[in-house]
Design a protein around this ligand. Structure first.
Ligand code: OOG
Ligand code: NI
Length: 464
């Protein structure tokens, strides 16, 4: 079989993300409400500023505006994690970035499965933030055993999904028919199950240890716990949630509102309390659990290591000044502190670029090139070409996550017992061992986009 007979992996990812969205909307009606609000806000932004719409059409993003950008799941064993890696590979998604949530008191470490090529990201940017529970952090040995047994007794993948994963590995792709079956079978892994696999008593004990532990251990599978569409104005959606009957988390995670968006801003509605049944209790609803929520995101420029270090430094300073976890009680104060502290972060594209704080995509200014016919453009440095308006640039969009923000998202959905005290002992090498492969560092991916764009811009200019 020739490779062209295979279904394109980006298309499989697109189908999967659409199927997941449909499933989640029917499972969590509140999520459908959030989608409506986001669509409403996006539409009014587009109406108010035709330039935004032109930009989106030009960059080919318009049709995907309302498609989800990411989702998240949490798994319990190395084998679950490594099989997920193989499952996501069918859809062209690779593990990028390592996120250690232990310092924020959340007993997981994580990666994001996503497409890495620019063209692939444009086709479907859908990613899955995937956390591995660190069982060793359960200090009660008996409870640790209960958790271990429950996790090892379950199989979160359907036999057909396994078969198609193996087929993909053996032949390098799936035909359109196989891909369609794969999407339906893979979806099963992410479905919600309203009955727990452990006793009510064990469930309570797991919850007491950490709500997250119960969420991962006590169910048949790693239900998708949120999906996240993109909004054109996150502050508006945050402000409007309450009047739409949606309870927002206290603060927007990530950088404050700025002229040049950087990294990632996120907020969510709080996880809903859902009834669950326990084994042996014959459909008698005995308990409840809150795990599933809806989130929105707004992405900005990817920062260089230098820019990222400045972001981390300022975020740390702002959090230290607040002196407590952000909450409803100090939300206004948090926003005031963040805006003030982040004044140290340049907020115009030229300074950000000249100081090497963000990654950019360079492009030749075709309209200006004509007037330089015959000139020896090779003698000019990049700075000079930019100063003469022959090379322009725009920010490369950040495609990854932020550990402090992720911890904030976890905590706002785990209730008040979420601990601020740091846990210790996780490591990238442990995670990679569980994953069965290394995770890619995100910085070289952005670096390559910038370097390639510079190279093709210079080629175009030198060809004049
Ligand atoms: C994942 C939280 C992290 C994000 O957007 O930062 C996340 C989880 O709650 O499982 O999705
Ligand atoms: Ni998220």
């Amino acid at each position: 079989m020739t490779t062209s007979a295979f279904k394109n992996k980006d298309e499989i990812r697109g189908l999967f993300s659409a199927a997941m969205s449909e499933m989640y909307k029917s499972e969590v009606p509140q999520y459908g409400k959030l989608l409506d609000l986001v669509a409403h806000v996006n539409a009014s932004i587009l109406q108010g500023d035709p330039q935004v719409e032109r930009n989106l059409i030009q960059s080919g993003e318009m049709e995907r505006l309302s498609a989800e950008r990411h989702g998240a799941i949490r798994v319990g064993t190395p084998s679950e994690l490594s099989t997920l890696r193989r499952l996501f590979a069918v859809m062209g998604m690779e593990p990028v970035g390592y996120y250690d949530l232990a310092p924020a008191g959340v007993p997981v470490h994580a990666t994001a499965f996503r497409a890495v090529e620019e063209g692939a990201l444009n086709k479907s940017p859908f990613r899955v933030f995937t956390s591995l529970l660190r069982l060793e952090l359960i200090d009660d040995a008996q409870l640790r055993q209960v958790a271990h047994d429950a996790l090892h007794a379950r199989n979160i993948f359907t036999p057909k999904a396994m078969e198609l994963i193996q087929l993909h590995e053996a032949s390098g792709g799936l035909t359109p028919d196989q891909a369609e079956i794969f999407v339906a079978e893979a979806l099963e892994t992410f479905r919600w199950h309203s009955s727990a696999t452990v006793s009510h008593d064990a469930f309570n004990k797991l919850q007491q240890q950490h709500r997250l532990i119960a969420d991962v251990v006590a169910f048949k599978g790693p239900h998708i716990n949120h999906l996240t569409p993109r909004t054109l104005d996150i502050d508006r959606v945050q402000a409007d949630m309450a009047s739409h009957g949606i309870v927002p988390k206290a603060v927007i995670e990530g950088p404050p509102k700025r002229r040049v968006d950087i990294l990632l801003r996120q907020t969510s509605f709080k996880a809903l309390n859902e009834h669950i049944a326990f084994p042996g209790e014959e459909g008698d609803v005995k308990g409840s659990h809150s795990a599933r929520f809806g989130e929105i995101e707004q992405r900005g420029a990817a920062l260089t290591p230098k820019g990222r270090a400045l972001y981390d430094k300022l975020l740390l300073a702002a959090k230290a000044e607040l002196g407590a976890a952000p909450s409803e009680a100090n939300a206004l104060q948090y926003t005031e502190i963040m805006e003030r502290v982040f004044q140290e972060f340049p907020d115009d594209l030229k300074t950000l670029h000249d100081q090497g704080l963000l990654f950019v995509r360079y492009y030749p200014a075709q309209d200006r090139l004509a007037s330089y016919q015959g000139a020896d453009l090779k003698q000019w440095s990049l700075e000079e070409l930019i100063a003469r308006g022959l090379i322009k640039y725009s920010p490369v969009i950040y495609e990854d996550f932020l550990p402090v923000s992720a911890a904030g998202i976890f905590q706002s959905n785990l209730g008040s017992e979420a601990s601020e005290a740091g846990l210790s002992g996780s490591s990238l090498s442990e995670f990679e061992k569980a994953l069965g492969s290394s995770v890619r560092n995100e910085f070289p991916l952005y670096e390559a986009i910038q370097a390639n764009s510079l190279k093709s811009s210079l080629n175009a200019i030198h060809a004049v």
